[in-house]
Every structure is written in C-alpha cells, then in structure tokens.
Design a protein around this ligand. Sequence first.
Ligand SMILES: [Zn+2]
Length: 281
Amino acid sequence: MAPMRAGLSIDPPLAAIPGVLAEEGVDAFQTVLRDPGRFGNYGVPDPADRAALVEGLRGRGAWGVAHGSLLVNLASPEGRIRNSSVSSLLADLKVAAEVGLAGVCFHVGYAKGHPSAEAALQLATRKLGELVERMPAGPRLFLENSCEGSELGQTVAELARLVRDVAAPPERLALLIDTCHLHAAGFDLSGDEAGGRLADALAAEGVLDRVAAFHLNDCLLPCGAHRDRHAVPGAGTIGMGVISVATHAAFASLPGVIELSVAEARRGLAFLREHGALPGR
Ligand SMILES: [Zn+2]
C-alpha cells in the first residue's frame, strides 16, 4: 500500500519552495499566488519569481496547489463580490498554469445574506459553472470542504451536490478534503476506521473518484465545533484518524498538504513517517 503523498504549505516567494521541499524530504506543497486577504492583483509573484519556481522544480515531479483568496464567495448576495471571486480564481489559475501547479483550491462561499442555504447553493452552482467555462487549460479547480458558520460545502452530501449540479468533468473540478474541516463540521475522523468511513461516505454520494487531494490537518477543537483551528497531525482531536485516512487504499498516493508553519508541519511529517504514512528519509 502506497501511503499518501504528504507535503506542506510554503509561503512565497515561490523561489524558496524547491529548497524547502528538499530540506523536508517531500514533493507536495501548497502556496498562495496573491495576498489572500485582498481582492485585486496584490502580492502576485513577479515573472522572475515564477521562473525561479519552474526552474527549481524542473524534472522533480513535484505536485503543487495554490490556495485561492480567503475572500472568495461565489454565493455572495453582492454581484461585485461574486464577480471579484471569479476574477481572482481565474487570475490564480492562469499563474498556476504558467508555473505548472496542479490547480487552485478554494472554499465555495457562504449562505449568509440569503433566505435559505438552497438559494445560496443555486447561486454558487451558477457562478462555479461560469468559472469552469472560463478557466484556462491545464490546472484544476479543487473545491474544498468548509466548517465555519454559514459556509457552504461542510458535508460530503453538499459537496457531492455541488459537483453533480455544476456537471464539470473531473479534470476541471475535483474535490479537496480538509480532514480538520470535515471533523470540525461533525464528521468524526478520529479512530482507526476513519479512512474507511470517509471512503464509504464519499462512495455513497458517488464522489470517491472526485477526491484528488487532501489538506492533512489535525483539529484543535472537538468534532462538531465548527471552528477552523488546525493542529499538528497526531496532536489534535483526530489523532490516529489522520493515519487511517492517509494510509487508506482509496486515498493512496493522492497528495496531502499540512497547512501550518513549516516548523509545525515538520512535526506532522515526522508523525506520518513514524506511522508508515509517509516514506522514511
Ligand atoms: Zn482550515
């Protein structure tokens, strides 16, 4: 059984990424391609920085994903926010294509401001469809599960519904499962059977094949807390459940990124190695 291809989150400059991957002995990463707290082209890596990443990773077969802006809300009642969300993700996808990333992950949006979650989901589905129509060839969109407040996409069923309704092919729209978010949203991922239960739940909704990547975070708060607080793998309320997911046959060899500082991720990678969920070094 080949365990998950685990890696870590590395902030720009992009030029630093190849060195950090070599130091940590992994080949999967996440980064950002803009200031995540502002709409507009702020903090986008310049051409020299992009070229340094391409050069540094040449021939190494590394896998990388960019995390979209934290302001993305494809379900916003405000047209300006919905359109900025689409533009921002399109701009990230273009840079991702240029530097050879696998794609861009994002949270779909919020039900807040709508009379019902249903209305918000329909709007999100429409904007997501528009995004898929306009996206450049190459990189994928990775729809990530959420866990806070009125965020959409907190359950496997709701993610599956979005995937079905948008009806884009898997090479355009994939799912990225954040273990912390799913646990915080009420799907208990603790225990040795967690990987099997997750695979079964995804298969029951017909989306097991859509899962293309993970955020392999442990969770600081209890299952169902609906708060996004990451913990070092093995040090949170999921514990060995992270190993169960990372070593499950259905998720074998998928990339999984720990979203913490490099120093904390290093402790998480050590935990994964200790339990056979990442090859030794
Ligand atoms: Zn999170």
